[in-house]
Design a protein around this ligand. Sequence first.
Ligand SMILES: [Zn+2]
Length: 266
Amino acid sequence: MLIDTHAHLNDKAFDADRAGVMERSLAAGVERFVEIACAPGDWAPGEAFAAAYPASVRLAFGVHPEYIKDLAPDWLPGLKACLAKPAAVAVGEIGLDYWWEPGRRDEQFALLRAQLPLCAESSRPAVFHARNGRESGQNAYADLLAELKGWAYSPSRRFRGVLHCFSGSWADAKAGLDLGLALGVNGTFTYKNNHDLRETVRRAGAANIVLETDCPYLPPQSARGRRNDPSFIPEIAAMTAGHLGLSNSQLADRTSANAFDLFGEF
Ligand SMILES: [Zn+2]
């Protein structure tokens, strides 16, 4: 079994053929999906989407820093209500974005700090977004991981969260692993120039990674410039397996077990 642990299938990019994309992805061996509903406007549609695929789709509910300016005053009770739904498996994606700078850093930290306690309250892990800035020294990973040193959430399972679409250094990855976080590996792993990322993932090891697409963004090398979707997971998995010296089925088993260690089995 393969799992796409981070998809935005409710994006309008899929409005014309969402059911067809799901059919192709399931036929490609991708059997579970975590849909990321990361803006208040995504929460109800996300729930409806998951309800259409009760055997295979679960949800992360949260507020991505990108939506910091659009929040209604009562967003937090609404989010708590979503996290109480049976289809909810994570809080996310939440974090810090120093590339687009959607809000001042103190505003981004405030939004992150408002959501971190929801993990302990709802017994759900976090899906973290971190993107470094354009200038060197603008390290969103370092700031996020420093903040998480004080994060009071200790689940019974192996992982407390995931650094989705990991693109940081080995030092950031190691700090994340030490905090009980998995690393999300997606199409960026296949990009020609991403040698450092491949080496970081190799050092992290198969025990600590989960697969994802972040679709409709970030297709693998073979489809760059096109829309991404979960049917590309086998391609990302095969390249990761080759790099880690595992068979495709070993890599699939390992990463799916990791995903269930993160989100719970479904
Ligand atoms: Zn995402």
